[in-house]
Design a protein around this ligand. Structure first.
Ligand SMILES: C[S@@+](CC[C@H](N)C(=O)[O-])C[C@H]1O[C@@H](n2cnc3c(N)ncnc32)[C@H](O)[C@@H]1O
Ligand code: SF4
Length: 452
């Protein structure tokens, strides 16, 4: 291994950017309109991911840069769901034979919707898209202040497998400080409802590096979360982006964030969680026998398999992305509340024909497809399978992206001849390692993008 401090990825802040998708939406641009049918014509449609975006929340948290709007007028929600219905039909007409292996409803806060709206949404998904959560693994995001007993029962009875709840912190002053005032009584009530319902998978989101948070108070939040025996935990380092509430007053807290990450990781590994990525921890199978997680493993189950490196995604709703092998697309993207409202209004006024074409996105050439495949692989502990990469691209990953070998020299990655995997150091530097693999073109487009 080469002297640890001499690579920029090790010298710079570990918190450059969360690479949850490549390329980032800020690299998307207007495209010459293309029919949806043509975009998907050459794609393998046997095993796709269906994602529905609900861009509504009860409040706009100070740290959040997701595509969402707070306290929408009731009519806006109704019109949004009507437009979603139009889009659903337009998409189904374009890909009538597509089969979905995974389904997720995210946001925003999908549980902002009423029970009636949920029931209608599930019905539409089943009749139009052929997606029944009883047979297609389904995940739903929720927040404590939007959960009711009736909604939880409905999600459970419809067959939802995974429920993910954003808690962020169990310390009230910390949530107030980050612009998400949240009563701990409401948090406890929501978590109790979910625990009682015994979904196969409960995920809890927490954030570290919050204003006023210490390593001790972070561990307190982690312990509180663990008392609900979640099958999964997502631990997010706080990111503050331009145009979100905290962006104007918050400093970088690299050292605190790194300490929080390390203590949480060590404790979770100690008590029987596996680390899946820098942010995600999953309890080992069978650890919480009262919930039936025996069916919860994409690798071993006989349910439809979805592979995030190669299989496509169909996104519905404003703010959702869709991926084919060579084209990523969505509607326009924004962070500022006024621009988000404008984009949602534009979505509401579209007719079915307009939903049947693609106008905004990013075309991935061979090099970009390789970078994406690599980024979808090497930031997860499972790593990059060299044989599968070869099968897809006909080449060796290290020949295509020689930085892999450099990072092995610096102790961030390791290769046993079959797989490239992140080391413990590589995992904690994921948010610096990932952006390193961005192409010059994507960097340029992201830098050129003007936050709106
Ligand atoms: C769609 S939200 C979760 C559901 C729900 N809206 C809620 O907040 O309870 C996704 C998660 O992203 C995380 N997140 C959002 N913005 C973040 C930021 N700037 N830094 C770190 N984590 C962030 C939060 O943990 C949040 O729970
Ligand atoms: S963190 Fe969740 S509730 Fe808060 S604004 Fe973002 S999506 Fe909405």
């Amino acid at each position: 291994m080469i002297a640890a401090e001499s690579h920029p990825v090790l010298r710079s802040s570990p918190y450059q950017g969360y690479v949850y998708a490549y390329p980032h939406k800020t690299a998307y641009r207007s495209l010459h309109p293309r029919p949806l049918r043509a975009v998907w014509a050459e794609e393998d449609q046997r095993s796709l991911f269906l994602y529905v975006h609900i861009p509504f929340c009860t409040m706009r948290c100070g740290f959040c840069n997701l595509f969402t709007t707070a306290q929408p007028h009731e009519d806006l929600v109704t019109w949004y769901l009507e437009a979603l219905g139009q889009q659903l039909h337009a998409v189904r007409e374009a890909i009538p034979d597509a089969h979905f292996a995974r389904f997720a409803i995210g946001g925003g806060t999908p549980t902002y919707l009423s029970e009636q709206q949920w029931a209608h949404l599930f019905d539409q998904m089943q009749t139009v898209m052929g997606v029944d959560p009883h047979s297609v693994p389904t995940s739903v995001e929720c927040s404590p202040d939007t959960l009711t007993n009736e909604k939880v029962k409905l999600l459970k009875s419809r067959g939802v497998e995974r429920v993910s709840i954003g808690i962020q912190s169990f310390v009230e002053t910390e949530t107030v400080n980050c612009g998400r005032p949240q009563s701990q009584a409401v948090v406890a009530a929501a978590l109790n409802l979910l625990a009682e319902a015994q979904f196969p998978v409960l995920n809890i989101d927490l954030i570290y590096g919050l204003p006023g948070q210490t390593v001790d108070s972070w561990l307190y939040s982690l312990r509180q979360a663990l008392s609900y025996q979640p099958q999964e935990l997502y631990l997010y380092p706080l990111y503050v982006r331009p145009l979100t509430g905290l962006g104007r007053s918050c400093k970088q807290w690299d050292d605190v964030r790194l300490s929080c990450y390390r203590v949480a990781r060590d404790q979770l590994l100690d008590i029987g969680y596996d680390q899946v990525s820098m942010r995600m921890f999953r309890c080992r199978r069978g650890d919480f026998p009262k919930n039936d997680i025996s069916s919860y493993s994409a690798e071993t189950s006989d349910r439809p398999h979805y592979c995030c490196q190669t299989d496509g995604m169909v996104g519905l709703g404003c703010g959702a992305r869709s991926y084919t092998r060579s084209l990523h697309y969505s509607f326009d993207y924004a962070v500022a509340p006024r621009s988000i409202k404008r984009i949602i209004t534009d979505y509401l006024t579209r007719c079915r024909a307009e939903f049947a074409r693609v106008e905004h996105g990013f075309q991935l050439n061979d090099d970009e497809q390789k970078r994406r495949y690599l980024l979808q692989s090497i930031l997860n502990t499972e790593g990059l399978d060299i044989a599968r990469y070869r099968e897809r691209f006909g080449s060796n990953p290290v020949d295509d992206l020689p930085d892999l070998a450099t990072f092995a020299d610096f102790g961030l990655l390791t290769c046993d001849g079959r797989r490239w995997q992140p080391t413990a150091l590589g995992l904690e530097r994921s948010d610096a390692l990932g952006p390193w693999f961005f192409s010059p073109q994507v960097r340029h487009l992201m830098a050129e993008y003007e936050a709106q």
